[in-house]
Design a protein around this ligand. Structure first.
Ligand SMILES: [Zn+2]
Ligand SMILES: [Zn+2]
Length: 120
């Protein structure tokens, strides 16, 4: 697997730009697959406002599970992106970053190259 995408420009960025990642803000599933129930007060579906503040609807088990699935999905996307970055680095060792003002995984300076354990 190799990629011609420049580092920092992930497939995810492209998907978001294309609107492909339109997700429900409560259950985080794609809006077409939203598992949120209709709000008994305002009949809205998947509005975070119905789950916060005074009304505070409870999340259903399906919503809690869907949010955990979304966490795993985000990590899997991250893993894919990190793998693409590795491929890019391996294909372009001459393009690693020598600029002491830049921080990032491409930096050749240890002070600027994030600790691998720092997965923020
Ligand atoms: Zn939803
Ligand atoms: Zn509501």
């Amino acid at each position: 697997m190799s990629s011609n995408l420049p580092p920092g420009c992930s497939h995810r960025d492209i998907e978001i730009a294309a609107g492909a990642n339109a997700h429900c803000e409560v259950c985080w599933k794609h809006v077409d697959a939203c598992v949120c129930p209709e709000c008994p007060d305002c009949q809205e579906v998947g509005n975070p406002k119905c789950y916060r503040g005074f009304k505070r609807l409870r999340l259903s088990a399906a919503q809690v599970l869907a949010r955990q699935e979304a966490r795993i999905g985000a990590l899997q996307e991250r893993l894919t992106d990190e793998g693409l970055m590795l491929d890019w680095m391996a294909a372009h060792p001459d393009r690693l970053d020598d600029d002491t003002k830049h921080k990032g995984p491409l930096s050749v300076w240890l002070d600027n190259n994030p600790e691998p354990s720092d997965m923020a």
